[in-house]
Design a protein around this ligand. Structure first.
Ligand code: G3P
Length: 218
C-alpha cells in the first residue's frame, strides 16, 4: 500500500516527501482554494516538482466537453499529473475518451461499487472512494473499499483503489487490511501515524540513561 498526501500545501508535501514515505499527492478544488493561488498551473507545477510521484489535479467543469478541454491542458502541465474527473455520467464519457488518448485519470467522488466498476471499465488509472464522507452519512466507507478491492481482484482490473476522504489513522489501518492500493491522507493524519507516546518515552529514557552513565560515544 502506498501513501499519498491529500493537500495542496507545498510545505506539507515537501515534508512528507522528505520523510521518504509519501509517493504522491491528491488535490481537489477545495484544497486548492484553502491555500489560494494566482495560477492553478503554477501551483500544480510547483507540487509536481516536489514529488516525482503521481499528482491528481481536478477539472473544474461539469460537462464532458469542458472536462476534456481542461484535462488535455492539465495533462501537459507536468509528466506526473493524473487528471481527476468526477464519477458522473459526463465524467465517465470524458474518462473513456481521455484514457484512449493516453491521459491518466483518477475518477473521484466515488461512493458506490457500481461507480467504481464503471470507472475501471472506462480505463481510469485510479478510482477514489470517499470513506469519511460515507461514514458521515452513517454508511460504512471501509466496507466499500473492501468490496471494490475484491471485485477488482476477481476481474483483474488494473485500476488502482485509492482510499480518499481519510479522517484518522484507524482509516489507514483498515485500508491496509482490506488491500487498498493507495491511501491519500491529510498531513495531520500522517503525523498522527508517526506518533506513539511509548516511542517518545522510550527515546527520552534511553537518552537519560545514557547521559547519566557517563559513557562516551567514540
Ligand atoms: O481528495 C478528496 C478527499 O480526500 C476529500 O476528503 O475530508 O473533504 O471528505 P474530505
Amino acid at each position: 500500500m502506498r501513501i499519498f498526501l491529500d493537500t495542496a500545501n507545498v510545505d506539507e508535501i515537501a515534508h512528507g516527501v522528505k520523510l521518504g514515505v509519501v509517493s504522491g499527492v491528491t488535490t481537489n478544488p477545495s484544497l486548492v482554494s484553502k491555500v489560494g493561488c494566482q495560477s492553478y498551473q503554477e501551483l500544480v507545477q510547483k507540487i509536481c516538482s516536489i514529488t516525482s510521484g503521481d499528482v491528481s489535479v481536478e477539472v473544474i467543469e461539469e460537462d464532458a466537453s469542458g472536462m476534456l478541454a481542461q484535462a488535455r491542458q492539465i495533462s501537459k502541465w507536468a509528466s506526473n499529473v493524473v487528471v481527476k474527473v468526477p464519477a458522473t455520467e459526463e465524467g465517465l464519457e470524458a474518462t473513456s475518451i481521455l484514457t484512449r488518448e493516453g491521459i491518466r485519470v483518477n475518477m473521484t467522488l466515488c461512493f458506490s461499487l457500481n461507480q467504481a466498476v464503471l470507472a475501471a471499465l472506462a480505463g481510469a488509472s485510479y478510482v477514489s472512494p470517499f470513506v469519511g464522507r460515507l461514514d458521515d452519512i452513517g454508511e460504512d466507507g471501509m466496507a466499500l473499499i473492501e468490496d471494490i478491492v475484491k471485485v477488482f481482484n476477481r476481474y483483474s482490473y488494473e485500476t488502482r483503489v485509492l482510499a480518499a476522504s481519510i479522517r484518522h489513522p484507524n482509516h489507514v489501518l483498515h485500508a491496509a487490511r482490506v488491500g487498498a492500493h493507495v491511501v491519500t491522507m491529510p498531513y495531520k493524519v500522517l503525523k498522527q501515524m508517526i506518533k506513539h507516546p511509548l516511542t517518545d518515552n522510550g527515546v527520552e529514557r534511553f537518552l537519560t540513561d545514557w547521559r547519566q552513565s557517563g559513557s562516551v560515544f567514540s
